[in-house]
Design a binder for this molecule. Structure first.
Ligand code: ADP
Length: 313
């Protein structure tokens, strides 16, 4: 779906290329997570897909990037709007209108679609992203997660085959990030959209990735492959991967649940090493450094009243 052929990008005046030796294909309908240290060229790579590089950033692109067969060097971002949707970290920077519904319609206006088609696509997108109840709301009054969903919706109405996201959850709290990731998963699983995303909050996204595209260092050739295999060698990693690598687990776990499962034999071994559990013999002094056990607080000992049952309608 996204094909890179011997791609490199050099910005004017820079001593070395920002991106070098990219030669790979991101398959259709997968969530591909772009991983690498700051300055490795992640935003530059995303820009070559959306057409922002080199059309808006300057610099020189060697090689070829095609999305659904369209060359991003010979097509400006506007001419790619029906194949690539682009979403950044700050949704407010993206908006051009004031209300949710207007924003969703705006992206289609340059495509010259019939009014009936535009109306239908706005309705579909409101439903798909769970935004129907917010349709008339001023965008400025929405939460961060809602705004990011509107930003995604506003590029989806043109029915792009590829979605490019640069740090879409970095500025969001964990709950809002979950909302956005749920939407992205729905797009990949239900609509077969190809998602290429850079996100430095790796702990939020790595477990959802079908593939990882690793840019190990500035100017180093990227590697595309299995998320766990690449996390085993990546210079940047979420804490759970770092823990797994420390424990010598290969491949490392990608989620806390994964780690808990992998830790089961370790927990058993630790339990065998620990002294047998049981009450301290009467009168024996408590071991140094550990306070004697306290009775449970009264509030915990009293069972809670069950929650009220809603009357039948
Ligand atoms: P990342 O997203 O991994 O942090 P970037 O693609 O933003 O990496 O940057 C890669 C390199 O290219 C950096 O050295 C950065 O300073 C440089 N760079 C990025 N954008 C531009 C630009 N528009 N003009 C000149 N240099 C740039």
């Amino acid at each position: 779906m996204i094909r890179f052929e011997q791609v490199s990008v050099s910005y004017d005046g820079a001593g070395a290329p920002a991106l070098r030796g990219v030669d790979l294909t991101v398959p259709e309908g997968e969530l591909c997570l772009l991983v690498g240290p700051s300055g490795a060229g992640k935003s530059t790579l995303l820009g070559t897909v959306s057409g922002l590089v080199p059309h808006f950033t300057g610099g020189t692109l060697h090689g070829r990037v095609t999305v659904a067969g369209r060359d991003t060097r010979t097509h400006r971002p506007r001419e790619l709007a029906d194949v690539v949707g682009t979403v950044g970290q700050d949704p407010l920077a993206h908006f051009v209108t004031d209300t949710v519904e207007d924003e969703l319609a705006y992206g289609m206006e340059s495509l010259g679609l019939a009014p009936g088609v535009m109306r239908r696509r706005v309705e579909e997108t409101l439903d798909l992203l769970g935004l129907a109840a917010l349709r008339d709301r001023p965008i400025a009054t929405l939460s961060g997660g809602q705004q990011q969903r509107v930003a995604i919706g506003s590029v989806l109405t043109t029915h792009p085959r590829v979605l490019v996201l640069d740090e879409p959850t970095s500025a969001l709290d964990p709950g809002a990030a979950e909302e956005v990731l749920a939407v992205l998963q729905r797009l990949v699983h239900d609509l077969g959209t190809t998602v290429l995303m850079a996100e430095h909050r790796l702990e939020r996204v790595v477990q959802y990735a079908d593939q990882v595209l690793l840019l190990p260092a500035p100017g180093a050739a990227p590697v595309l492959g299995d998320p766990a295999a690449l996390m085993a060698v990546s210079p940047v990693q979420p804490p759970v991967v770092a823990l797994g690598r420390l424990a010598g687990w290969s491949p490392p776990p990608l989620s806390v649940r994964d780690a808990r499962r992998r830790a089961a034999p370790l927990r058993e071994r630790l339990a065998q090493l620990a002294p047998p559990a049981g009450p301290d013999p009467a009168g024996a002094p408590a071991p140094a450094g550990r306070p004697p056990p306290r009775a449970a607080p009264a509030s915990r000992a009293v069972p809670r009243a069950p929650p009220p049952v809603a009357p039948p309608r």
